[in-house]
Design a protein around this ligand. Structure first.
Ligand code: NAD
Ligand code: LMR
Length: 335
């Protein structure tokens, strides 16, 4: 039995993400929670003939969030407001921090052992919010908390394979992306592209910038109707399924997943990262080896060149502020 819960299931990401999770035969129980429209989304998805049982929950229907979370193995969270043109992800902090705090409190009391996958922006700050709430409640397990940064890796594969003139290879094209999930905190490591590339420095910088600001392309194109939803649902489902497959011992990929995780809580392998990036940031997106308890090991980030070292330095400076903002929010909150 594997129970997956989507919190924010009726939203732009939540609906296609729930649809993609319904396609997984690994999941036996799919709980869809939102503050609006969750019952309709659940009724619709429930007609699909894959094995999982789908149930919708609203705050005042079917027991609300706490009932949805009961027995959860994995909770995927795309709840909260998205950007409009002209906004940064940090501009979402005031609204989404409160939403994340409430969801974290429910997880702490109902399903503290679940894997928690945070999509809500600003990820750089919302993941520390989850960590701090879970700590305050005495149930924090850093191996089970993930900021979802897979979309950056997905974009990098697409943009780099296209630039190399080989879009057909995109699915297997690996470009590590580390750091955080906004602008200059996103650090693509094109020198480690596999297959390797021979772009000149101007092209490397152009591609790096496109990966760092890929989210803005979608926000601009949607022109006020939100941010990336479909590509995010694809990335979120891909990562959620990787976490679940590893948990049940079915992980088949020899490739690491990338996720924004806690570097400070004696996580295996964290020290090697801190030796490279310093100890100013408590969270960083890194390659992780997944296992039955979540992060089994943080893997080394490999050799970086001088240009990438400069990107890492800038990312670390920005991240430190984003993280303290999330930590302070919970420090000042009544929990
Ligand atoms: P959306 O507005 O379409 O959907 C958000 C959903 O959250 C809505 O259905 C809303 O009712 C629901 N919601 C609000 N408060 C809630 C609560 N307390 N409990 C449960 N549900 C609640 O937005 P979207 O486009 O789906 O984006 C959702 C979030 O994901 C945004 O913050 C966005 O910035 C972020 N995002 C992150 C990434 C990433 O790479 N991590 C990528 C894209 C978007
Ligand atoms: C993205 O990278 O597409 C998301 O973080 C949404 C956004 O605000 O750009």
């Amino acid at each position: 039995m594997v129970k997956a819960v989507v919190v924010g299931a009726a939203g732009g990401i939540g609906q296609p993400l729930s649809l993609l999770l319904k396609q997984s035969t690994l999941i036996t129980d799919l709980a869809l929670y939102d503050v609006v429209n969750a019952l309709g989304v659940a009724a619709d998805i429930a007609h699909i003939n894959t094995p999982s049982i789908v149930t919708g929950y609203l705050p005042d229907k079917n027991g609300g969030l706490d009932k949805a979370l009961e027995g959860a193995d994995i909770v995927v969270i795309p709840a909260g407001v998205p950007r409009k043109p002209g906004m940064t992800r940090d501009d979402l902090f005031n609204v989404n921090a409160k939403i994340c705090q409430g969801i974290a409190e429910s997880i702490a009391s109902v399903s503290p052992k679940a894997f928690v996958l945070v999509i809500s922006n600003p990820v750089n700050s919302t993941v520390p919010i989850f960590a701090e709430v879970l700590k305050k409640k005495g149930v924090y397990d850093p191996k089970r908390l993930f900021g979802v940064t897979t979309l950056d890796v997905v974009r990098a594969s697409t943009f780099v394979s296209e630039a190399a003139g080989k879009p057909a290879e995109s699915l297997n094209w690996r470009v590590p992306v580390i750091g955080g999930h906004s602008g200059l905190t996103i650090v693509p490591l094109l020198s480690q592209s596999n297959p390797s590339t021979s772009f000149d420095q101007a092209k490397v910088e152009e591609l790096t910038n496109r990966i760092q600001f890929g989210g803005d392309e979608v926000v601009k194109a949607k022109d006020g109707a939100g941010s990336a939803t479909l590509s995010m649902a694809y990335a979120g489902a891909r990562f959620a399924i990787a976490v679940l497959e590893a948990a049940v011992g079915k992980g088949s990929s020899s490739q690491p997943e990338y996720s924004y995780v806690d570097l400070t809580s004696d996580q295996s392998g964290a020290k090697a990262i801190i030796d490279v990036i310093g100890d100013q940031t408590a969270f960083f997106s890194v390659p992780v080896q997944l296992g039955k308890n979540g992060v089994e090991k943080i893997l080394p980030i490999g050799k970086v060149n001088d240009y990438e070292s400069g990107l890492i330095k800038k990312a670390v400076e920005d991240l430190a502020g984003n993280i303290s903002k999330g930590v302070a929010f919970v420090g000042n909150a009544k929990i």
